[in-house]
Design a protein around this ligand. Structure first.
Ligand code: SF4
Length: 380
């Protein structure tokens, strides 16, 4: 089958899994202005920004020959659950006849989940399917581990752009690895390369750490979030995202009674502020801000698609969390009209504020009572 998928974050993972299941993968191009314009042209004006970008992405992949789209579903009181239906209708109305395979949590609807797996495995033997799934799970864990390192080292790199170039190469190396042994080798090599990046020595007062929270698509896909991680890194801030693919997969793979994942812990932390699930990632967003506050992060950037109902709710609660945990939060709303220059100025001002606040906080304490922070680049 000629298969494609929505472009989001480290796409090498989805590409590899589908290739290992014997499919001809049509890699969607990384979203650009053309992708956004295409999506905006064919989507309802009031639709969520991610729906529009993914729409544009599908058009581009179909023009390259894709016949089947593999995507994830959604549930809860927001529009995520309708994405597939809306996309399919728009494609049909434009004369494209493509099949959708939509994956949701296997505990919500096990029958559909396994039917989708069967459809996707085609003629691949079950043993090969299992091996591929385990290998990919191993791969995303390793890639996330390295990406966390990238998001930190890049803040102190001496040669601008070097860490990002190495990260591209790491992803390529993983793409070429087809066994646990070669994954392990790619991981070791990636770690060595990152550890060898020349970095500036930064005083403890200057080391600031910023978390990024919000709706999953705008948090994970840098082509539509103004490359937020790189921008913050270039301003000298270490970054951590609220969402990583390995965490998302682990959370969705485990039954509730044995789900001791980070995602679950974060949801519990969000409960005092949003007691029920209101759709999207609003509860995770607030829980994650609490988590960052408890872990003494210096600030949080909250990303939301313009008009995203769950994130609008979390935005209204954020000032209270910010006060409770004494952590500054900057909300940035993104859509096809977002201007980069305006937001760049806001981010720079925010980083200055965060840095000033950190210095103030540290100066108020004696050297001994300081919450000593490990320089991320020195960790293994
Ligand atoms: S989480 Fe927000 S952006 Fe995503 S589908 Fe729901 S309302 Fe739309």
């Amino acid at each position: 089958m000629k298969v494609t998928f929505p472009y989001m974050g480290t796409t090498v993972v989805y590409k590899k899994l589908l290739e290992m299941l014997g499919h001809d993968v049509i890699l969607p191009p990384k979203p650009t202005r053309t992708t956004i314009n295409l999506g905006v042209k064919y989507s309802p004006e009031f639709a969520c920004f991610p729906l529009k970008v993914i729409m544009g992405s599908y058009f581009e992949a179909i023009q390259k020959g894709a016949e089947v789209i593999v995507t994830s579903g959604g549930n809860g009181p927001c529009r995520a659950g309708f994405y597939e239906r809306v996309h399919q209708r728009i494609l049909e109305s434009e004369g494209y006849d493509v099949d959708f395979i939509v994956f949701d949590s296997m505990f919500r609807d096990p029958k559909t989940f396994f039917r989708n797996i069967k459809k996707l495995r085609d003629r691949t033997p079950w043993i090969q399917v299992m091996k591929s799934l385990l290998l990919i799970y191993d791969m995303i864990g390793k890639l996330d581990n390295l990406e966390k390192k990238v998001q930190c080292i890049r803040a102190y790199e001496k040669n601008r752009g070097e860490t990002s170039r190495i990260w591209e190469k790491i992803q390529y190396d993983f793409d070429q690895a087809f066994s646990f042994a070669s994954m392990k080798k790619a991981f070791k090599l990636g770690k060595e390369k990152l550890n060898s990046v020349p970095i500036h020595h930064i005083e403890e007062e200057e080391q600031i750490r910023i978390g990024i929270v919000g709706e999953i698509y705008v948090v994970m896909e840098d082509s539509i979030n103004m490359k937020m991680e790189q921008v913050l890194n270039s301003l000298g801030a270490e970054v951590e995202r609220s969402q990583y693919l390995s965490q998302w997969v682990t959370y969705n793979m485990l039954p509730k009674w044995m789900n001791w994942t980070h995602e679950n812990a974060v949801l519990k932390k969000g409960e005092p502020y949003i007691p029920i699930l209101i759709g999207g990632h609003a509860k995770q967003s607030v829980g994650q801000i609490v988590d960052y506050g408890q872990r003494k992060f210096d600030g949080v950037v909250h990303l939301m698609p313009f008009g995203c109902l769950p994130e609008l709710v979390s935005q209204s609660i954020i000032p209270k969390i910010s006060e409770d945990y004494n952590i500054p939060v900057l909300t940035i709303s993104l859509d096809e009209q977002t201007g980069i220059a305006n937001n760049q100025t806001r981010i720079e001002a925010f980083v200055d504020l965060v840095r000033g606040k950190r210095k103030q906080r540290l100066n108020g304490k004696t050297k001994l009572s300081r919450n000593k922070r490990e320089h991320c680049c020195s960790s293994s």
